[in-house]
Design a protein around this ligand. Sequence first.
Ligand code: SAM
Length: 247
Amino acid sequence: KLSKRLQTIAGYVPAGARLADIGSDHALLPVYLAERGRVSFAVAGEINAGPREAAEKQVKEAGLAAVVSVRQGDGLAVIAPNEIDVVTIAGMGGSLISHILEEGKGKLAGVSRLVLQPNVAEDQVRRWLLAGDWVLEDESVLEEDGMFYEVLCAGRRSDSAERNKLLYARKTLDDSLALESEELIRFGPILIDRADEVLFRKWESELEKLDKIMDGMSQGGTEAAFQRRTELMAHRNRIKEVMNCLQ
Ligand code: SAM
């Protein structure tokens, strides 16, 4: 059975899309979608030989070799411009995801949707989207096996004038909560707007992690240690403020 995390990502792939799943590992996502006839074509891209072989095996066993093309290469190097409608990149850090997108910008010609699931540093992905011609169309946060995951779905800015208006409306709402753009980027404008219970739990768990880090730090020590503690404390307080704003 496909994980809740990958199912959430799958839910953002429109029917009939030509999909590229970059860093596909065992190609679970493209195989799941192809088996259900939900993609017309898919590329499973992998940089490493081991996962690429596992993906090939998976695709062959499912009898889907005509629909899912397994390709080895770095990031978006495995696709051609205008070959793909939707790109999914999941299960990596936000900085690697943004790096892959930035390096492969030329290959995004014809791509109308990005579905991205950073394990950490979601803010870096949002920043990359905002800096380019992309707009966040939806965001999800989910919990699975004690871990929290965010899934970001972005469309072309020019395609999304109507949705953009919605985002501006949200921005006004967020202004009234006195949230700054940095916070919107960190917490997610749409996630903040929805203020799901899972979002609270995610940030509660971040607070617990921060507390543990701070407990483990020595009280005295160097100027650098003092500064680090002060930074962590400010970060902690800001999370608390944002959570209070949303309640
Ligand atoms: N996308 C799957 C998921 O979400 O379950 C697999 C995630 S797995 C943790 C990350 C995969 O990305 C690994 O198989 C790794 O080899 C691959 N990877 C890392 N950097 C990559 C890159 N620059 N281009 C393509 N694949 C990459």
